[in-house]
Ligand binder design. Structure first.
Ligand code: NAD
Ligand code: IPM
Ligand code: MN
Length: 356
């Protein structure tokens, strides 16, 4: 039996609500399968912790996370603590310190999930976003000059290193190679005359190592439109940190909403723990009501199984989500139902029983 140590950071708002269901499902799947035993350790970090201790995590927080096999995170950020503090001291810090440079975000419209597009279906909306997750527009570099003065100037610097740009593009090509898919790069070289010109050049160079793979390249504004008018053209998509952030919320809207958008922050070299978390935030508008949709978190749990080499279990989790969506009996409000967060988690666990 493999023992896997998971650090759990429920975080803020609906984070703890959805993560409870994620753990429920991870444990149920492991129990039914019999090959894995999870050991969960909870860390109470987040905005409440900040208000009490003046920081988002323990001083030695990063060191305490280092030896876990993975991190399972709910959401970070809540009114009362400025977002740039809460996010940079916890979520973004973990992504950076553990060099989780690949953010894998599937945008797949499962059967039974609502889609705002006429004729939208599973075949047409099936993309895999590979978002650069360590640098770019999120380098954190910048300056704030002459604060409050008439000559005030603010700089926010995008940093695109050769190493950082090449490795994410290569990761996308390797993923596409394995899956027999096309690769689309999304950039913006017409306006961003340093960073995106460089991005396009690196994409061109790396693509030469994969002559068998069909490639496409779009400007981000046009890509945003194509995602709505012709989503079928996207398969594996590689893009920068900020563009990936924005476009995966567009993708979420196409594939059932924020309640179904999953993500994995991966350090492919496995030098550090990878982190699994839904794409959505703490949703203060619905927090504390027990009505958040936990399926994005369950999908991220499925990605965790894939990552550990148990993609057969990951597949079963996805199947369970799809069965639940198709039967339309136990759904949260965002999907038109009246079920609570924990009722959805219970139903997923129940469906899983029939799949092993
Ligand atoms: P959000 O994703 O929290 O919410 C956007 C909308 O989607 C809201 O109407 C919310 O109710 C809905 N929604 C989100 N998740 C849902 C779910 N599981 N079930 C049902 N409905 C859901 O984005 P926001 O409101 O822009 O941000 C709120 C806070 O979360 C901010 O502090 C922001 O910085 C933070 N945030 C954190 C993360 C993260 O931790 N990964 C991601 C995004 C935003
Ligand atoms: C996401 C979130 C984060 C990001 C925020 C909360 C910093 O929006 O994971 O999509 O921009 O990466
Ligand atoms: Mn986002």
């Amino acid at each position: 039996m493999e023992n896997l140590k998971i650090a759990v950071i429920p975080g803020d708002g609906i984070g703890p609500e959805v993560i409870t269901e994620g753990i429920k499902v991870l444990e149920k799947a492991a129990e039914l399968d019999g090959r894995i035993q999870f050991e969960f350790t909870q860390f109470p970090w987040g905005c409440e912790y900040y208000l009490e201790h003046g920081r988002m995590m323990d001083e030695d927080g990063i060191d305490r996370l280092r030896d876990f096999d993975a991190i399972f995170l709910g959401a970070v950020g809540y009114p009362g603590v400025p977002d740039h503090i809460s996010l940079w001291d916890l979520l973004l810090r973990i992504r950076k310190e553990f060099d989780q440079y690949v953010n894998i975000r599937p945008i797949q419209l499962l059967n039974g999930a609502p889609c705002p597009l006429k004729g939208g279906n599973k075949e047409k909306i099936d993309m895999l976003f590979i978002r650069e997750n360590s640098e770019g527009e999120y380098s954190g570099a910048g300056d704030w000059l002459f604060k409050g003065k008439p000559e005030e100037v603010v700089l926010q610097t995008g940093v695109f290193s050769r190493k950082g740009t090449e490795r994410i593009i290569r990761y996308a090509f390797e993923t596409a190679k394995e899956a027999g898919k096309t690769v689309t790069s999304i950039s913006k070289a017409n306006a961003l005359n340093y960073s995106m010109v460089f991005w396009d050049e690196v994409f061109e160079e790396v693509s030469k190592d994969y002559p068998e793979i069909q490639t496409y390249s779009y400007l981000v504004d046009a890509a945003a439109m194509h995602m709505i008018t012709d989503p079928e053209r996207f398969e594996v998509v590689v893009t920068s940190n900020l563009f990936g952030d924005i476009l995966t919320d567009v993708g979420a809207a196409l594939a059932g909403g924020m309640g179904l958008a999953a993500g994995a922050n991966i350090n492919p070299e496995r030098k550090y723990p990878s982190m699994f978390e839904p794409v959505h935030g703490s949703a203060p508008d619905i927090a504390g009501k027990g009505i958040a949709n936990p399926l994005a978190t369950v999908w991220s749990a499925s990605q965790m199984f894939d990552f550990f080499g148990y993609s057969d279990i990951g597949e079963k989790l996805l199947q369970a989500i799809e069965i639940l969506l198709e039967e339309k009996e136990v759904l949260t409000q965002d999907l038109g139902g009246i079920a609570t967060t924990s009722e959805v988690g219970d139903r997923v666990a129940q469906i899983l029983k029939g799949l092993f």
